[in-house]
Design a protein around this ligand. Sequence first.
Ligand code: CA
Length: 233
Amino acid sequence: MTSGGAQARILIVEDEAALADTVRYNLEREGYSVAVASDGRRALDLFRTDDPSLVILDLMLPELSGLDVCRQIRQSSNVPIIMVTAKDSEADKVSGLELGADDYVTKPFSVRELVSRVRAHLRREDMMDGSAASATFTGGPVELDPIRHEVRIRGQLIAVPPKEFALLQMLLRLKGRLLTRDHLIAEVWGGDYFGDTKTLDVHVKRLRQKIEEDPHQPVHLVTVRGLGYRFLD
Ligand code: CA
């Protein structure tokens, strides 16, 4: 993966030509190289030949649906996928995330917001590809060192039980990204999850009490209603 995002290749899958052009223009201005596919089949062809660093995927497409494209890409690749959904398609959103999309924007969206999401996802990929030397995860007031198994909040070392630690590490590692409840539960508890889904909420609540200035109005460990959680700086 290229550093700083320059020359990273982005595949836009979008059948509305005017919208695709606007997004392309704004991404190219940021130094990205961009390809556009206007239907699902062409998207999969381009994905194979172009090997993009990130995919922006509209869900409502001719030929193959965006969900089919997402599913097929995920069979062979972990490339970041940002879905573009219509305003009311909550079901599509959930299916897309379950099929492995990393993030979504809802139409009509701000192009600036989309570009900043692209940048954030590519930076994260860089970091994950990069050296294990920078072993510390940071986010907001939190620093987490997975090797020493230490958490500092505003510089203060604090004790964090193992499941909370694992949950926090996952949220920080994928900072900015929406993590669905199912995904978090599977990753943090795996086969050990015998409780009801409240267990996750309880752990989130305890983490908020440690991290947030006001645990009732969280600004770092935020809820994405009906879907899951996201960690923000
Ligand atoms: Ca469309």
